[in-house]
Design a protein around this ligand. Structure first.
Ligand code: SF4
Ligand code: SF4
Length: 387
């Protein structure tokens, strides 16, 4: 058998970047069996880990950027290898040397925009609250029940702004005393961290934490599973703890407490897509289904892959900013799964999922077949029917 001498310096760099756990891998290949990439093209996390262990990583290649951090393979690994940590470590090394393949270049634009404006979409910071200009949403003050942390896509993206409006309308109708941070809100930093830009993440996190503390924030309502994950699981690294509630969890609470009554009817077949960062990463599977089940007339049907086996949309790990060829998009597969259920609506709760699904809907020419909706959009319509 050929013996390969490890490139010790490269191995050390990967370890220092946080990828040391590669030493546990015994190359069984189970991660490759479950990885969604292998539904659209060949990709081997096992091989990536093997190469890292020997210091043979192609740091300028595409493969280190593929992992969407969907969380599927870590649940399967018999050795407890944290594959996402290894992928992020490899990206940190590539970022350190500023080597990026062509498909990753647009993530550099997102990074620059995060540094200058606090969002990845090249929106001006002063326009962050423009989505709310026709609403009576107030700036957050300490005496309020909760902060609504809107997030970047819901603040700037035209499709996602509708979700911000729906969410704010629901909270207002339920009588929740809430406010927003406006131009003092910065990106949570989750996705840029997964692309290896640790320093940018830390700057964004510190900005937000400073604002939360200065403004007396205790409870934070979020729309994005990525904000949820970061505030709940990553901001405690800075020795702070805030009560973080995803809007789906909060909707169940509001309905149970009688603060929100859904009186409208939505007589459609609906299927629900579990976003990776709400489901697999944070175990929130029941609340979104519970909200949908309270809507009169709505028939909930499941797709082939659901709950912990949900199929990633392809947008996590910073992939939302990278170029993916049409034939390699997981979101196309997901839409086909949704279509197979006969559902007229694909409901979900994540800005990346909605962005990818809307694009696949056009690519597949499904415009007349299926609609993509955030759960808040369905709920908001049920309230409007009561006017
Ligand atoms: S499942 Fe775990 S042990 Fe098996 S190849 Fe993947 S990382 Fe290695
Ligand atoms: S986390 Fe998901 S995308 Fe990344 S290697 Fe594992 S299964 Fe593939």
């Amino acid at each position: 058998m050929e013996t390969i001498a490890p490139f010790i310096e490269v191995v050390e760099e990967i370890k220092e970047a946080g990828g040391e756990i590669f030493r546990l891998c015994f190359q069984c290949g189970l991660c490759d069996v479950v990885c969604p990439w292998n539904r659209v093209r060949r990709f081997s996390m096992r091989k990536l880990i093997r190469e890292a262990a020997f210091g043979l990583t192609e740091i300028d290649g595409e493969d280190i950027w593929r992992c969407t951090t969907c969380g599927t393979c870590p649940t399967q690994c018999p050795r407890g290898v944290k594959q996402i940590d290894i992928a992020v470590a490899l990206r940190r090394v590539a970022t350190e040397y500023e080597v990026f393949p062509a498909s990753v270049k647009s993530a550099r634009t997102a990074r620059a925009s995060l540094i200058s404006e606090g969002n990845p979409l090249q929106g001006e910071r002063k326009n962050r609250a423009q989505w709310a200009k026709d609403l009576s949403v107030k700036p957050f003050t300490e005496d309020m029940e909760a902060l609504y942390f809107v997030g970047c896509y819901l603040s700037y993206d035209p499709r996602m702004r509708k979700v911000a409006v729906a969410t704010a309308s629901i909270l207002e109708k339920a009588g929740v005393a809430f406010g927003i941070l406006g131009d003092r809100e910065s990106c949570c930093g989750e996705s840029i961290r997964k692309t290896g830009s640790e320093a940018v993440f830390k700057t964004l996190a510190r900005e937000n934490i400073k604002t939360f503390v200065e403004m007396g924030v205790k409870k934070i309502i979020v729309s994005s599973p990525h904000c949820y994950h970061t505030f709940k699981n990553e901001y405690p690294e800075f020795m702070v703890h805030f009560e973080v509630v995803h809007i789906n969890q909060y909707l169940v609470e509001l309905i149970d407490e009688g603060r929100l009554t859904l009186t409208g009817e939505f007589s459609e077949k609906v299927t629900y897509h579990d976003p990776c960062y709400l489901g697999r990463h944070n175990g929130i599977y029941d609340e979104p289904r519970s909200v949908l089940s309270r809507v009169a007339g709505l028939e909930l049907v499941e797709m082939e892959n659901y709950k912990k086996n949900s199929l990633c949309c392809g947008g996590g790990g910073g992939r939302i900013w990278m170029d993916t060829p049409k034939e390699e998009r997981f979101s196309d597969l997901r839409l086909k799964q949704a279509r197979a259920t006969g559902a007229a609506v694909l409901a979900t709760s994540c800005p990346y999922c909605i962005t990818n699904f809307e694009e696949s809907r056009l690519n597949l020419e499904y415009e007349d077949i299926i609609e993509i909706k955030d759960i808040t959009e369905i709920v908001c319509d049920m309230l409007e029917a009561t006017k």
